[in-house]
Design a protein around this ligand. Structure first.
Ligand code: ZN
Length: 198
């Protein structure tokens, strides 16, 4: 027996697809939306559609931006010869918050994970290697300290080694399996300053 209108069920189903949202939260969110004034719901829906329509990958570093090149890649105050490799845009934001890194980034959009069937071709690795044809002094690998992050770091360092470009890895001290974005700035800075050659 159906308790709710099919429209409500559809709304609950959509919320349940979101990461970290269980069946109960999905119901709560659906009913919250239904209780909002119509204009607020329209504004919310438009915001989602606009974000999706306007946000794209930076042509160079693949972070999310609404321009062809992100502000970091466009800046002449950044050292374009030092590239920090991160798994996602949230990790980039975590390093930017420290205000102490003046290089540029490369966003992989994931990590190699054989168990999840994510191979080197599924992340922005080829694009990183293409960037290394430019004048680059150092690549700092700041993938997470999860199994996938470590495997990805090792894979990348093996790829880069033959080019003669310096490859380093942020220091451990970043909690194992911890998402970079949840780590405080001091820990992040210590990890960056204590990086070691690979
Ligand atoms: Zn960029």
């Amino acid at each position: 027996m159906e308790y709710y209108s099919k429209y409500i069920n559809q709304l609950i189903e959509e919320f349940a697809k979101l990461p970290g949202v269980g069946a109960k939260s999905a119901q709560r969110l659906a009913f919250h939306i239904l209780n909002l004034p119509e204009e607020q719901v329209n504004h919310f829906a438009e915001t989602i559609v606009n974000a999706k329509a306007n946000v794209r990958y930076c042509k160079k570093c693949f972070t999310l931006t609404d321009e062809e090149l992100c502000p970091i890649c466009r800046s002449d105050r950044r050292n374009h010869k030092v590239i920090m490799v991160v798994e996602n845009t949230r990790d980039l934001a975590a390093y930017e918050k420290t205000g102490k890194f003046d290089g540029v980034y490369h966003v992989l959009h994931g990590a190699i994970s054989p168990t999840l069937g994510i191979g080197p071709g599924d992340i922005k690795l080829k694009e990183l290697m293409e960037r290394l044809r430019d004048d680059v002094d150092e690549v700092i690998i700041s993938t997470n300290s999860s199994v996938e992050g470590e495997a990805t770091a090792l894979y990348i360092s093996k790829l880069i080694k033959p080019t003669g470009i310096k490859v380093s890895r942020i220091a451990s001290g970043v909690p194992v399996g911890g998402d970079l974005e949840y780590i405080d700035e001091v820990t992040l800075l210590r990890a960056l300053e204590g990086r070691t050659d690979m």
